[in-house]
Design a protein around this ligand. Structure first.
Ligand code: DLL
Length: 443
């Protein structure tokens, strides 16, 4: 059988062969990798071993990929509780990179990669880029943030491996981004979709005609976005907009991406095995049914992750894709099963804001988080009540307190939020689970 390597866009690369394997061959690889992963995790990570022992499962019970549902789940709280390196399965001497992402409270969660893990990650990003049609010779302006966030370095590594010219622009300074885009002749851009829409708006101000730029590919992810946003982007630029999915705990960007069909996200399931479970019960659901995405890292060694509860709500599309790839797809992620929200690509948990507020003695635990979209950029306002005995009798004192709260929040979340001090008892008290987040954005 000949594989449809070319996938209409002419991008041939041997690495993409993994996207087109016959299903039985893929399952054989998955089974082999799962067995090795479980052994590595059981022998080297106390948390995985004790969880498996609790369920009465040993590595020898895992004979193939069909046995995956016998394994325990891993949650974000497990990364928090073993902070920073408790889930690592190898000596630190083998770990050549660390990244971090938001935890649910004050501390981030830490992820590590061996040299082989970096290859798995970067080749997965590369497979995404090839799927989009990006090739050697393309100039990728990478506006994902560089630093502990996986977005910047992840796209960078994959694009460089492919042989693209990478422009490590990182996020922010839109005027400069537009200048680079025009003067350097970027042919591809990667960033959050909301930031690119902001760039389109700003371009009018700086007299940059987006349609006359050589920019052809838009690589967007790290936050939910809609078909409506894609239409807006494609109508106002010459960019073809692609979705890229990923999460730090599993690798970073490149867990999956869209092909030219724009009908779901192909998951590179030789490296990242997807399952869907009922978010309430954790029971596995069949392909096609909507539930919570659970991912197992089949090929990572520094931090092997068994059945990670992503909290992303989607379903698996197992029908054959017209592009010829055999790796299954998931529907685009539109919502989550927890209260995490994403602001300009940064994950924020209400509990982080609560910790920040509690560090300011004048604050009470009564607060609201209001999310809005102004001029295509997300904004957050935190409304908080202060203690009755907190005496504020001048505007200067009020400003100083607001600033103190703002600093405390940005120290933990990395995001500047507007703070509004509101009258005591003005925030409705709830008998059940308090509704902290009021999301007024229309995504
Ligand atoms: O956002 C990794 C990434 C960087 C993906 C750049 C794509 C591009 P985290 O900061 O750990 O990692 O956030 C992961 O972001 O569980 C989803 O809820 C959300 N997310 C990521 N990509 C998408 C997407 C990076 N394409 C969390 N569509 C995930 C919708 C997305 N949500």
């Amino acid at each position: 059988m000949t594989h449809n390597w070319n996938d209409k866009n002419g991008a041939f690369h041997p690495i993409s062969a993994m996207d087109f394997l016959p299903r039985e061959e893929l399952r054989r690889i998955q089974s082999q990798r799962l067995k090795e992963l479980v052994k590595l995790a059981y022998e080297n990570v106390p948390l995985h071993r004790s969880r498996m022992n609790e369920l009465g499962v040993t590595p020898s019970d895992i004979r193939g990929i069909d046995d995956i549902s016998k394994l325990p789940f891993t949650q974000k709280s497990d990364l928090r509780d073993t902070y920073p390196y408790g889930l690592f399965a190898v000596d630190m001497g083998e770990v050549i990179r660390l990244h971090a992402s938001s935890g649910t409270t004050g501390k981030p969660i830490v992820v590590g990669y061996t040299e082989d893990d970096m290859e798995v990650w970067e080749t997965s990003v590369m497979r995404c880029l090839l799927m989009f049609g990006v090739q050697r010779g393309d100039l990728l302006q990478n506006c994902f943030g560089y630093g502990l966030f996986t977005g910047g370095m992840g796209l960078h590594g994959g694009a460089q491996r492919l042989g693209c010219t990478v422009i490590p622009a990182s996020g922010g300074n839109t005027e400069r981004q537009l200048m680079i885009m025009r003067d350097f002749g970027s042919t591809a851009v990667s960033c959050t979709p909301s930031y690119f829409i902001h760039m389109i708006e700003e371009a009018k101000k700086y007299d940059v005609d987006m349609k006359s730029l050589p920019l052809k590919f838009g690589i967007f992810g790290a936050e939910p976005w809609s078909e409506h946003m894609r239409e807006y982007i494609e109508a106002n630029t010459n960019v073809r907009a692609f979705d890229i999915y990923g999460l730090s705990e599993i690798a970073g960007p490149g867990v999956g991406g869209e092909c030219l069909e724009h009908n779901g996200i192909h998951i590179f399931e030789d490296n990242f095995y997807p399952e869907i479970v009922d978010p309430e019960t954790g029971e596995p659901l069949p392909d096609g049914e909507e539930g919570e995405l659970v991912i197992t890292t089949l090929a990572k060694r520094a931090m092997p992750i068994l059945r990670y509860r992503t909290h992303d709500i989607t379903s698996i599309m197992s029908e054959k894709c017209a592009c010829g790839r055999t790796v299954r797809r998931i529907r685009r992620i539109g919502r989550r099963s927890d209260d995490m929200f994403i602001i300009r690509g940064v994950n924020v948990f209400p509990s982080q804001i609560e910790v920040a507020l509690m560090r300011v003695e004048e604050c009470t635990p009564h607060y609201h988080i209001i999310l809005e979209r102004e001029k295509d950029l997300d904004t957050v306002t935190v409304e908080v009540e202060v203690n009755d005995d907190c005496y504020i009798d001048s505007i200067a004192q009020m400003d100083a307190l607001r600033k103190k709260i703002q600093t405390s929040i940005s120290n933990i979340t990395g995001i500047r939020m507007t703070v509004k001090i509101v009258e005591p008892n003005s925030i409705p008290r709830s008998e059940g689970k308090a509704k902290r987040v009021i999301d007024k954005r229309k995504i």
